[in-house]
Structures are given as C-alpha cells and as structure tokens.
Design a protein around this ligand. Structure first.
Ligand SMILES: Nc1ncnc2c1ncn2[C@@H]1O[C@H](COP(=O)(O)OP(=O)(O)OP(=O)(O)O)[C@@H](O)[C@H]1O
Ligand SMILES: [Mg+2]
Length: 466
C-alpha cells in the first residue's frame, strides 16, 4: 500500500480503532459498575433487613449473649458468609467457622461502627478471587453494639464480566477488521480511477490524443473523467484545426508565391523589351508580395495575441472618431461592391479606456466579414450605442449568414466557413482576443440566408477620467 490508499486506509483504521476502543472502554466500565452495584444492592438489602430485625427483636440482650445463645435466625436469609464483630473490632462469630484473634480494622467495619453502611472490596484470604464485604451497625436502644458483616465472593460476577468483556472485544476486533476491509475497498474505488486518469493523461502527453476514459460514475471522479474526456476532445480538435490551418496557410502562401514565381520566370524568359508587360508583371509581383506580408503579419499578430505577448496602448478614446475614420475607409469598398452602408452613432457616447488601433482592428475585421459575405445590393450597418455601463458596437448585414452548426465555432482559432471567400479563419479569433483583453464581450448571431449581427460591447469609463 502506498500513496492515497495508504493514507485513506490508515485514517479509516485510526478513526474506527479510536471509536471502537472508546466504546469498549465505556461499555466494559459500565458493565463492571452494573454488576458490582447490583451485587452491592442485593447484599445491602439483605443486611439492612437482618440488622433491622436484630435491632427490633434481639437488642434487649447484649450482643455477646445473643451470639452465645445462637440467636442467629436474624441473618439466616442470606447465602453470604456472615460475621458478627463487636464494638472493639473483635470477631465474635463467623458463619463458615473462620476465626481470628486479631481485630478487624477493614474500612467497612469501621464505617459501620460509626453508624453507616460500609462496603469494601478486596482479594480473598487465599488471593484467588475478589470478595465484597458489606457491614452494617447492630444497635441496642439506639447505641451501636457491634457490626453485622456479610462477605460474598465476586468470582461468579467477575467470570460473567470477563465472558461479556471477551464478547465485546471479539465484536470490536471484528468491526475493526471488517471496516479495515471496507476502507481498502473504498480507497481502491477512489484510487483505481485516478490511476486510470493518470495513465490516460500520460498517453495524451505522449501525443496519443485519441485516448478516452470510460468511467461511468455519478460523483467527482465521474466529473473528473468527463472533464478529462472533454479536454482530450478539445486537444484533438485543436490539433485537427492546427493541421487544417497549416494546410490552408500553406495553400494561401502558395497561390501568391506561384504567381510571383510565374511572373518572374515570364519576365526573365521574355526579351525584356515589352516594357508594358514587364510593368504589369512587376505590379502583380508587388501586389502578391503585399498580400503575403499581410498574411504573415496576421499570423504573427495572432500568435502574439494568444501567447499574451501583446501590451495594449490604452488611452481615453471617443469611439465616435474611430467609427467615422473606419466609415471613410469602407465607403469606397461599399461603392465598389454596390452595398448600402449605413453608419449610426448615438450622441454623447461615454469615453472608453482602450487601445485605439486594436479597437479599429476589431471593427475592421468584423466589417470586413460583413462586406465579404454580403452580395450586391445588400445592406451593411455599423452602429454604436450605450447600454448600461457598456458601449456597444453593432455590425449587421443581410448577407449569406452562417449555418447553425458552424455558429458556435466561428470565433475559434483557424475556423473558417465553407465559402471560398473564407480566408485564414483568424479574423474573428483575433477580434475576440482583443475584446477580451479590454474586458469586453463579443457575440455573434446569424441565420443562414438572412444575415448576421455582431455585438461588441466594451466597458465605458464614466467618472474615471483624470
Ligand atoms: N458576416 C458574416 N456573414 C457570413 N459568414 C460569416 C460572417 N462573419 C464570419 N463568417 C464566417 O465565419 C468564418 C470565420 O470568420 P473569420 O473572420 O474568423 O475568418 P475569415 O474571414 O474566414 O478569415 P480572415 O478574417 O482571417 O481573413 C468565416 O470564414 C465565415 O464562414
Ligand atoms: Mg474575417
């Protein structure tokens, strides 16, 4: 046994052992008390009855005389050994014939000589078993004459106590053994699944992402295992997305590269005299290089954003200015694509404490999608308004929309739709990272064939201006 099993079993064992031991000590003490006090009550009843009897009917003669006259009927109703002792602690009579010259100074006798009941427990004369002595005063005309003393062996009582004690100990031992076994069973039921999780985690760590746990339980372990499976699924999904992403990036890179290489080869093979053709070629090479640069920049930007290496240059900004600037930027594109482009900004919007360029980047990414996925004569609307403590920037279009099954994933890194206008699938994930860095939210609603609404809400900075 080691680790958690050992700790669990040891603590179970300790708790049960302490409980059982405490219970046994209590029971055994109570048992002893019960039997002894029963015995004492019995003898006390007998001795007081006998002494009363004597005090009522025999006290006209002296104690010595009564003993000589064998006036012994008053103590005949007991099985105990009976002694009669006089005022000076001398034994006058013993029912089993024991005799001693020495004065008897045991505490019970002395107590009785002082007028009260005395009880004394000691070993018998041969040291074989315990004896209980009970003494009671014998009186004549209210004066103490001597002591009536009953002595009983406690060997039967002690044997009974011993027998019951043994039964208690046996039961206690059994309880400890059984609960120890239950402890081992219980801790195994905790430790075994944990081991399974560890083994599976090691497999995943070594790159086997298909690993699944099969622990069907309705408790924390079950939760752990389903969380684990969820994690494994996410890793698998990320891995797949990454591979798809690498494939699509390579594809994206290859198209401009092919064209650049093609034109370079054409120019080289030509006679270098058709200047117009050379300029056309160089023009395309320049444009394609720009596209490549943009793509590579996007990728770098994204990797910086998700690895948390970006520091925001935050300042107090009036979002109205940003939106006006972006509007100007998009008007030529709207005209070119014949799309109605509306911009509505609520008056007196509160300031935002934000990185202006990054916020522009978010709005441009989202707007770019709307323009990309909306056909001629469509409508794209950019609006901004206050809602509670937030400034909301809403981008709405009546373009192709997003299929229901894609909607939960559009903001995932590398996710792109099936449309051939879809590019790297980074735009929305970059936007989401940026909005999160500003403690804002981004939400997307869409219906296939009807259009899409994106809500970007950012916390306003009311009252916190310096
Ligand atoms: N307004 C929209 N209308 C329809 N589909 C959209 C819209 N916005 C996003 N999508 C879908 O979500 C996908 C992910 O968008 P995202 O902006 O992240 O990537 P992308 O536009 O394909 O590539 P990138 O923005 O990196 O050039 C898109 O490929 C598209 O399928
Ligand atoms: Mg996009």
């Amino acid at each position: 046994m080691k680790g958690i099993t050992r700790r669990l079993v040891l603590s179970y064992f300790l708790i049960i052992f302490i409980t059982v031991a405490a219970l046994e000590i209590f029971l055994i003490t109570a048992l002893n008390k019960y039997y002894y006090s029963n015995m004492q009550n019995l003898i006390t009843n007998q001795i007081t009855a006998a002494a009363d009897f004597y005090n009522n009917y025999f006290s006209s003669s002296s104690l010595e005389k009564n003993v000589q006259d064998n006036a012994d009927i008053f103590w005949k109703n007991t099985n105990a050994e009976v002694q009669i002792i006089n005022k000076s602690n001398k034994l006058l009579m013993d029912s089993i014939g024991y005799f001693t010259d020495e004065s008897i100074n045991d505490s019970d006798v002395n107590k009785a000589l002082h007028g009260t009941l005395g009880v004394y427990i000691t070993n018998d004369r041969n040291n074989m078993y315990k004896m209980m002595y009970v003494s009671y005063p014998l009186k004549s005309m209210g004066q103490i004459e001597g002591v009536l003393r009953f002595a009983v062996s406690l060997s039967d009582v002690d044997n009974t106590i011993k027998r019951v004690t043994n039964i208690f100990l046996l039961i206690g031992g059994l309880v400890i053994i059984i609960s120890g076994m239950i402890g081992i069973f219980l801790s195994n039921s905790i430790v075994k699944p944990i081991k399974k999780v560890t083994v599976a985690a090691k497999k995943i760590a070594s790159g086997r992402f298909n690993e699944k746990l099969d622990i069907q339980r309705n408790d924390e372990i079950g939760e752990l295992s389903s969380t684990f499976n969820f994690m494994a699924e996410q890793i698998l999904k990320n891995d797949r997305l990454k591979n798809e992403f690498i494939a699509s990036v390579s594809h994206e890179l290859r198209t401009p590269l092919t064209s650049i290489k093609g034109w370079a080869a054409t120019i080289k093979a030509g006679n270098l005299e058709d200047k117009a053709e050379i300029l056309d070629g160089l023009d395309i090479i320049e444009k394609e290089s720009d596209r490549l640069t943009l793509l590579v920049e996007d990728l770098l930007d994204f990797s910086k954003l998700i690895s948390g290496k970006v520091t925001l240059a935050k300042d107090y900004i009036d979002i109205t200015n940003n939106i006006r600037y972006i509007e100007k930027h998009f008007i030529p594109r709207a005209n070119r694509q014949k799309i109605h482009f509306n911009v509505k900004i609520e008056k007196n919007l509160p300031l935002l404490y934000a990185d202006s360029n990054r916020i522009n980047q978010v709005i441009i990414n989202v707007l770019d999608n709307s323009f990309k996925f909306t056909d001629e004569n469509g409508l794209v609307e950019l609006s901004s308004y206050r809602k509670g403590n937030n400034v909301v920037i809403k981008v709405e279009d009546n373009g192709i929309g997003i299929p229901k099954e894609d909607l939960p994933f559009v903001m995932d890194k590398f996710f792109k739709g099936k449309s051939n206008l879809s590019k790297t699938g980074l735009g929305l994930s970059i936007s989401k990272e940026i909005v999160n860095l500003h403690n804002g939210h981004i939400e997307i609603f869409s219906e296939l064939g009807k259009g899409t609404q994106v809500y970007i809400s950012l916390p306003a900075e009311d009252g916190e201006m310096i």
